[in-house]
Design a protein around this ligand. Structure first.
Ligand code: PLP
Length: 428
């Protein structure tokens, strides 16, 4: 494949955009460097780059594009918004329709509020938890990503239940010390943290199914313990469902898992590809938010008619019968084929898959926490990524990201992908 135009564009981008990318995860730094391929357009499960190469896309824009690129039903809704006004700064029928749809799909949401990104959604749930409980400390789990605001750019200290230290320049030490990071799927570490800090904890922030160090499911009983201890100590449970909601079924992961979080943050899929975030939860907790309560959150673009109409259209597509079953079926074929190819070429991997999302880790142990994901070989992944790219398969350029199937992938796409995997493994 030729990437001459992508390479030239990246050189130009470097002159004008910091690092040449608008989000660090888009750079190829973690996969051995090089110019990121610039896409010209997407259609269904495919991407076409500016050099004219075609790719089967498993990035799905880091999750949101669950109905593929340019889905006609969503495109029509966006075109309607473009013609009738994309931003009003007033109440609209669309936001009420969409709020009702979300509540119907996710029964734990008594009330919702829309904003513009996952970061904003999680940031506000943290503020609400603090406002509601009158406490300041938070617990989060190592390797879970919740956006780029100060309180979540905090890593664990030296032990499993120590106060955090800043994970990014610019995050004050004083903010980091309000956050305790605990290993995911480690009940003892969690218990220890709660016994030590429980009375000061405002909220426990968790991805119920992890999507940010690959796809990692909670061990049986782990989330139940988190919920029980939160209740015991008067802390709120906040589920970050920005990746998980509407990814695995028509609704949130916590419904699938039989849990009732106090607050839920949403984003990605619910915008049908347009910028969106949303949060919601129990009525009495949500009523802490302005204009009803003292916790402030606002947004010029929040609930804009374009994102609302795209989101409604996206959920209408996802509500069709058989959608998630088909992604699961194709995901299973993909997983099986990857494992067979690894065996054939004697490549050591672990695959974590839940329905239409999976991660390949170049490691020999089962991955249930971040420490294990970190140990997966990034150098081999980088070579694998480039080998797949050169065969027209677009993956996320990081060993920590998932492959996401969409409603538009077909069995033929999976067969083509598996042929590419077979060749890539033969070359590693
Ligand atoms: N929470 C989770 C679980 C995410 O995966 C992400 C983004 O990847 C965010 C929050 C932040 O969302 P956004 O990038 O829309 O701000």
């Amino acid at each position: 494949m030729r990437y001459a135009k992508s390479e030239a564009l990246h050189e130009e981008a470097l002159q004008h955009i910091v690092g040449g990318v608008n989000s660090p995860s888009r750079s190829y730094k973690a996969v051995g460097g090089g110019a990121p391929v610039a896409m010209a357009y997407g259609k269904g499960a495919y991407f076409y780059d500016i050099d004219g190469n075609r790719y089967i896309d498993y990035l799905a824009a880091y999750g949101p594009i669950v109905t593929g690129h340019g889905h006609p039903h969503i495109a029509k809704a966006i075109a309607h918004a473009a013609e009738t006004g994309v931003l009003f700064g007033t109440a609209t029928e669309h936001e009420v329709t969409f709020a009702k749809m979300l509540k119907e799909a996710i029964p734990t949401l008594d009330k919702v509020r829309f904003n513009n990104s996952g970061t904003e959604a999680v940031m506000t749930t943290v503020r609400i938890a603090r406002a509601y409980t009158g406490r300041t400390k938070m617990i989060k789990f190592a390797g879970c990503y919740h956006g780029h605001f100060d309180q979540v750019l905090v890593a664990a200290g030296s032990g499993p239940a120590t106060l955090g230290s800043p994970d990014s320049a610019g995050v004050p030490e004083s903010v980091a010390t309000e956050v305790i990071t605990v290993p995911f799927n480690d009940p003892e570490a969690f218990k220890h943290a709660m016994e030590r800090w429980g009375e000061q904890i405002a909220g426990i922030l968790i991805e119920p199914i992890v999507g940010n160090f690959g796809i990692v499911e909670p061990k049986p009983g782990f989330l139940e313990l988190v919920h029980e201890m939160a209740k015991e100590y008067g802390a709120l449970t906040i589920h970050d469902e920005i990746i998980t909601a509407f990814r695995f079924h028509y609704g949130a992961a916590h419904t699938m898992l039989g849990l009732t979080p106090d607050l839920v943050a949403l984003g990605k899929v619910i915008g049908g590809g347009l910028p969106i975030g949303a949060y919601g939860g129990k009525k009495e907790i949500m009523e802490t938010v302005a204009p009803l309560g003292p916790a402030y959150q606002a947004g010029t673009m929040a609930g804009n008619p374009a994102s609302m109409q795209a989101g409604i259209a996206c959920l209408e597509v996802l509500k069709q019968p058989g959608i998630y079953e088909e992604m699961d079926r194709l995901g299973a074929i993909l997983e099986k084929g990857i494992l067979e190819a690894a065996k054939k070429h004697d490549i050591t991997i672990t695959v974590n898959r839940l329905k239409g999302a999976l991660t390949i880790y170049f490691t020999d142990e089962k991955v249930v926490n971040y420490e294990q994901a970190e140990k997966a070989d990034g150098e081999i992944f980088g070579r694998f990524f480039k080998l797949m790219l050169s065969q027209g398969i677009n993956l996320a350029p990081s060993k920590y990201e998932a492959w996401f199937l969409t409603t538009e992938h077909t069995e033929d796409d999976i067969i083509e992908t598996l042929a590419a995997v077979d060749y890539a493994f033969s070359q590693l």
